[in-house]
Design a protein around this ligand. Structure first.
Ligand code: MEV
Length: 297
């Protein structure tokens, strides 16, 4: 029986969330939490995705792919996920990219990475209604990327030995709601919100330089400043703030929330010397350390 499988990693936004939705750059990295999609022969269309809470991504991807390639929608899609949407690591994009890659392999359509990115981004946007595509870029290309909306710029970033600790708040963030919240704030006070975005954008550019120079002290400061600017957008929570605060007190170079805000994850930039103190501080403050590798392919 013919069968093809492909996988895609989750993501963590290192700098520039929210402002990236408005055309500013962000830095996003792929994490070693994967979703695999397996396409196998069948005489009808079946989806077996017990660990994916919203199968719209798979359904829309298969429909779009089949229509574009004039293929009859008769096959089985099985997914296997080693993370869920509870982690806030971009499972929706990962499942879309994995399904696209697996379909491309199964039907030998010879899509380039760019085409896989474009199709996956189209699908994610059609389900979510908005989004920068940064998570789709991480899922498609892997590694760490300097990214601009619509894939206008997808530039690999060498993060060398950069080391972070990820802390999960245990509160599920509602990404769509928080993106809408920021959009509403911007509608009400465009000048103020655009000014915050400009300042975040400048930090992202400086952070990119700090990464290249291995200047972690300065990079950490930019991350913490980015967190403070995100709080000015009213997307921080006491849990996120607390984990950031204890990580900094434990000696992290910097710390910030990652993603839409309202919950999910924060991370701290650490050295090998202070890593375990930061991990302990996050755990003692009620967070859960996610032991994930970043910058994976
Ligand atoms: C969510 O992970 C990141 C946001 O910037 C939204 C997006 O980039 O689509 C808040």
């Amino acid at each position: 029986m013919k069968k093809n499988s492909a996988k895609a990693p989750g993501k963590l936004i290192l700098m520039g969330e929210h402002s990236v939705v408005y055309g500013h750059p962000c830095i996003v990295t792929a994490v070693d939490r994967y979703i695999a999609a397996i396409i196998s022969e069948d005489d009808k269309y079946i989806v077996d995705a017990p660990d994916v809470s919203n199968t719209d991504y798979v359904d829309k991807m298969t429909s779009f792919f089949c229509k574009k390639n004039n293929i009859e929608k008769k096959f089985k899609v099985t997914t296997k996920a080693d993370f869920s949407d509870m982690n806030g690591l971009g499972s929706s994009s990962a499942v879309s990219v994995a399904t696209c890659k697996a379909l491309n392999d199964y039907f030998e359509t010879g899509m380039s990475k760019r085409e896989i990115f474009d199709m996956s981004y189209h699908v994610v946007k059609s389900v979510q209604g908005s989004g920068s595509g940064a998570d789709v870029a991480a899922g498609t290309y892997g590694g760490t990327i300097y990214y601009e909306k619509l894939g206008k710029n997808i530039e690999p970033v060498d993060i060398n030995g950069m080391s972070i600790v990820i802390g999960n708040t245990g509160v599920k963030a509602k990404t769509k709601e928080y993106v809408a919240k920021v959009a509403k704030a911007r509608e009400e006070n465009t000048e103020k919100i655009d000014d915050i975005f400009q300042r975040i954008s400048a930090l992202v550019l400086e952070a990119k330089r700090n990464i290249a120079d291995l200047n972690y002290k300065s990079l950490g400061e930019k991350m913490t400043l980015n967190h403070k600017l995100l709080c000015e957008l009213n997307i921080c929570t006491p849990e996120l703030d607390r984990l950031v605060e204890v990580a900094l007190k434990a000696g992290a170079f910097g710390a910030k929330l990652s993603g839409a805000g309202g919950g999910d994850n924060m991370f701290a930039l650490v050295s090998s010397e202070n890593r375990s103190a930061v991990e302990d501080a996050i755990t003692n403050a009620g967070g859960t350390v996610i032991n994930a590798q970043i910058n994976v392919s």
